[in-house]
Design a protein around this ligand. Structure first.
Ligand code: NDP
Length: 242
């Protein structure tokens, strides 16, 4: 094992929404760095080597059962990456109550549920790293994404409040705010919209899931203990200053 692979020191990490896309890349990265990783999603798919757990983040009993399983297999969760997220895009006047609550329930309430469940043992251990996957649209706004942008903006309030509550206990809480990352979530966008986004990205390309995994890995490290309540953009410069 080289020094890179021992960075995680066998710490126990839980990544939600780790069946594909950004979550799977984050779980894989933490595995590569020597963390013991539990990967949760509704489908239960997970990178090889992770503890695969079926759990819907909108259901408190699923969340509790997932954490109990990790505690049984690996011990208390020390690193939490709340990544599970959905979109339900449509213009404001057409947005139904269900479009709104479905996105808020998964992205915002789901994050609240996993953070709350993780906090107690982190406080007891006087160590914890919590990373919430937000979005550049929290600051920019986005037509057709009132529900999604609100859910991601809400995560900043969650992270900064948790950072204040738990800072003295060695627990950090930060947001990683990706821009436009090539995953299933963005594959559906038409060519025109894709070209429009590209014009707005100083880096001149879409992001890769590994770009996000780099930032998450950094915030999860033991050495990042003095970095909390931050919003770290991974957007090729798209949201500068927001
Ligand atoms: P994907 O659609 O590729 O993956 C979403 C993941 O979330 C899947 O693993 C899915 O698994 C899981 N998931 C969805 N709903 C639930 C639920 N209720 N309970 C548990 N797991 C759930 O999305 P991305 O990888 O692109 O996005 C990951 C995160 O990054 C999201 O929070 C997204 O908002 C954010 N983001 C993405 C950007 C992008 O450009 N791609 C930009 C900015 C932010 P399953 O279906 O098996 O449950």
């Amino acid at each position: 094992m080289n020094s890179d692979e021992t960075q995680g020191n066998g710490r126990v990490a839980l990544v939600t929404g780790a069946s594909r896309g950004i979550g799977a890349a984050v779980a894989q990265r933490l595995l590569d760095r020597g963390y013991r990783v539990a990967a949760t999603s509704r489908s239960g798919h997970a990178p090889q080597g992770a503890l695969a757990i079926e759990a819907d983040v909108t259901d408190p009993s699923h969340v509790d059962a997932a954490f109990a399983r990790v505690e049984q297999e690996y011990g208390p969760v020390e690193v939490l990456v709340s990544n599970a997220g959905v979109t339900k895009d449509t213009l404001l006047v057409r947005m139904t109550d269900e479009d709104w609550s479905g996105v808020i329930d998964t992205n915002l309430t789901g994050s609240f549920l996993v953070v709350r469940r993780a906090a107690r043992s982190m406080m007891r251990k006087r160590f914890g790293r919590i990373v919430l996957i937000g979005s550049v649209v929290a600051g920019l706004g986005s037509p057709g994404q009132v529900n999604y942008a609100a859910s991601k903006a809400g995560l900043i309030g969650v992270a900064r409040s948790v950072a204040r509550e738990l800072g003295g206990r060695g627990v950090t809480c930060n947001v990683v705010a990706p821009g436009f990352i090539a995953t299933d979530m963005t594959r559906e966008l038409g060519d025109e919209l894709r070209a429009e986004y590209l014009r707005r990205i100083p880096a001149g390309r879409l992001g890769e899931v590994d770009d996000v995994a780099n930032a998450v890995e950094f915030l999860c490290a033991d050495a990042s203990g003095y970095l909390t309540g931050a919003v770290l953009p991974v957007d090729g410069g798209m949201g500068m200053g927001r």
